[in-house]
Design a protein around this ligand. Structure first.
Ligand code: PMP
Length: 425
């Protein structure tokens, strides 16, 4: 029964039925949150043992004499650089392990380019019409960083293969004011798609008009598989070497969704040329990162059998939540022409496109009935979804039963919003 094919009278009957259900839900006084991609308490408990790993006084001094309690090792513990480098597909020597947040490292990298610039260009703050490409729907905090630094944000459509590379190539080739692009190449936030091999190769082969154009490759979900058929992402580092473009990408990742968000370990990686610039910046910024936290992570992750083993345990908790949401969407929404949604093989989100013009209303109705979602529009530059269609659903945080309740309510609200829209037209 497609809503679009119903007569006005049928729609009115349907609207009354939906409203009745909605009132019943409201009366339940729900207070659920599917707004941000946060691990649940159960997931955080997986890493609790880490807090005990450091208690031995003997292991804070490494066999090579490094005292993790003291200043030094600005690039981080060598073994941690190796571990995160392996996860990111980069040589350890090209990885800097920093503090607790990769977003912080991205902010710092942009800030460094703003004030000091990159080889071949001037400081970005002197570029009056600086612009940044934002594949959308995308990660709101990425867009926020470049908006904060005064870039014009340019929307690039997302395709099932990644950003529309015809658009990216055309813009980057012709406009020297474009300084970079945000990318979440694996299990993208929020669409869950992984860039195709062709997309990665086209990124590696870009010939930007700006000599200081950079690809900000935020591989936040590189090991966050949810199924037995995980996506495979081609290694951009290798492809850039082959294409003779080693300075083009800057890589980021963290253990935020492997251990503790807010108390994990973040890393960035880049070519020697790029790292020379960033290291100089960090040299003034800090006398070194928190090596005790890095050590804690090393000891803990080795003890549990490595990052892949830890991610299997994470998957066991969150995969059922994704499955539940997908099942409910299928039951409640399929065949109604109300919404389309992604079925990701990994990551933290399900991305829903409701009928254009209905996203804000759906989110508002959910809120009214006690379910908080990411604000409609948040996945686009300036929080403006031109279609008012995309909604990011983050099922990891609430317990499974609450996820199910929230997903059902979401379906009800989406149907109400679309029904209203059709009755208006
Ligand atoms: N990048 C992406 C794509 C994310 O989704 C998130 C968390 N929501 C982050 C970065 C934040 O990472 P961190 O905790 O390392 O700052």
């Amino acid at each position: 029964m497609e809503f679009g094919k119903l007569s006005k009278t049928e729609l009115k009957t349907l609207q009354a039925q939906l409203a009745k259900k909605f009132d019943a839900c409201k009366a339940m006084g729900l207070k659920l949150n599917m707004a941000r991609g946060k691990p649940s308490a159960e997931q955080l408990d997986l890493s609790l043992d880490m807090l005990d790993q450091i208690t031995s006084r003997s292991n804070v001094v490494l066999p090579d004499g490094t005292d993790c309690r003291n200043y030094g090792l600005a690039d981080g513990l060598p073994e941690m650089r190796g571990m995160l480098g392996k996860m990111m597909g980069l040589p350890a020597e090209n990885v800097i392990v920093g503090g607790n947040s990769s977003l912080n490292m991205m902010f710092d990298a942009i800030s460094c380019c703003m004030t000091h610039g990159l080889p071949g260009g001037k400081p970005w703050c002197l570029e009056e019409h600086r612009k940044f490409l934002c594949p959308s729907p995308g990660y709101d905090r990425h867009f926020g960083v470049t908006e904060y630094f005064g870039f014009e944000l340019i929307t690039v459509p997302m395709l099932p293969t990644g950003p529309d590379m015809d658009v990216v190539e055309k813009l980057v080739f012709s406009d020297p004011d474009i300084k970079g692009i945000w990318c979440v190449p694996k299990y993208s936030n929020p669409t869950g798609i992984t860039y195709s091999d062709e997309t990665v190769r086209r990124f590696a082969a870009l010939k930007p008009a700006a000599p200081d154009f950079r690809i900000f490759w935020d591989n936040a979900y590189c090991v966050h598989d949810l199924t037995d058929t995980p996506d495979h992402l081609l290694n951009l580092w290798d492809e850039c070497q082959k294409a003779g473009n080693p300075d083009l990408p800057v890589f980021f990742a963290s253990t935020s969704k492997i251990t503790f968000p807010g108390a994990g370990v973040a890393a960035m990686g880049a070519s020697d040329n790029n790292l020379q610039v960033f290291r100089k910046h960090y040299k003034y910024q800090t006398i070194g990162p928190d090596k005790l936290n890095q050590l804690r992570h090393l000891l803990f992750l080795k003890k549990v059998g490595g990052i892949p083993a830890q991610m299997c345990r994470q998957r066991a908790i969150i995969a059922p939540k994704f499955e539940a949401v997908e099942q409910i969407f299928e039951q409640e929404l399929a065949g109604k022409g109300v919404a389309a949604w992604t079925k990701p093989n990994g990551g933290y989100f399900i991305s829903v496109d409701v009928t254009p013009g209905c996203a804000k209303r759906t989110v508002a109705l959910c809120k009214e009935a006690g379910v908080t979602l990411t604000g409609a529009g948040a996945t686009f530059p300036y929080h403006k979804d031109p279609q008012d269609s995309n909604i990011r659903v983050a099922p990891t945080y609430p317990p499974l039963e609450e996820v199910k309740q929230a997903a059902k309510l979401f379906c009800l609200c989406a149907q109400m919003a679309v029904c209203e829209k059709l009755l208006e037209s």
